[in-house]
Design a protein around this ligand. Structure first.
Ligand code: MN
Length: 158
């Protein structure tokens, strides 16, 4: 696994911290495992699922939002790892900056990684207010958005 400092390079490269209120961030040393879903009113509304793994927040943009019930599959496009500090972030990213728009916390809580296979399958438990239970993220080939960042997000049957 890349070390977490390294994995934040892409996050930092995209942002000018004198112009955005987002945290500059350092790799986290916490053992707490949490998740957050940001509701992000950017050019297009989407939800960002972020899971605390290895001292950073691994992140996926979910255009239609994470499913609250089993039987619904949602496209989740992997985005750059975010610093752990970002878990509490909400506010307005000013016009002209990467991801400009309003960011709100839609759900947050405990997170437990159950299993990770070959960087293309994650099984995990979310303990939030809206999202609660076992979830899967599966990497897929193809999909609406070109490239190798497309995953499917769904909730396991109870
Ligand atoms: Mn976003």
């Amino acid at each position: 696994m890349k070390d977490s400092e390294d994995s934040l390079k892409s996050y930092k490269r995209r942002r000018d911290f004198s112009r955005t209120p987002e945290p500059e961030g350092r790799p986290g040393k916490t053992d707490r495992k949490r998740f957050v879903v940001h509701e992000h009113h950017a050019r297009r509304l989407h939800w960002d699922l972020r899971l605390e793994v290895g001292g950073v927040l691994r992140s996926w943009a979910v255009p239609k939002g994470p499913p609250e019930k089993p039987g619904i599959r949602r496209l989740a496009v992997q985005t750059e790892d975010h610093p752990v500090d970002y878990i509490d972030f909400k506010g307005i990213i000013p016009e002209g900056n990467y991801g400009a728009g309003t960011v709100d916390i839609w759900d947050t809580g405990g997170f437990e990684l159950v299993e990770e296979k070959d960087d293309k399958e994650l099984k995990f438990i979310l303990l939030g207010k809206r999202l609660n239970g076992t979830y899967y993220l599966l990497k897929i080939k193809g999909g609406k958005i070109p490239g190798d960042k497309n995953w499917l997000l769904f909730k396991a049957k109870e």
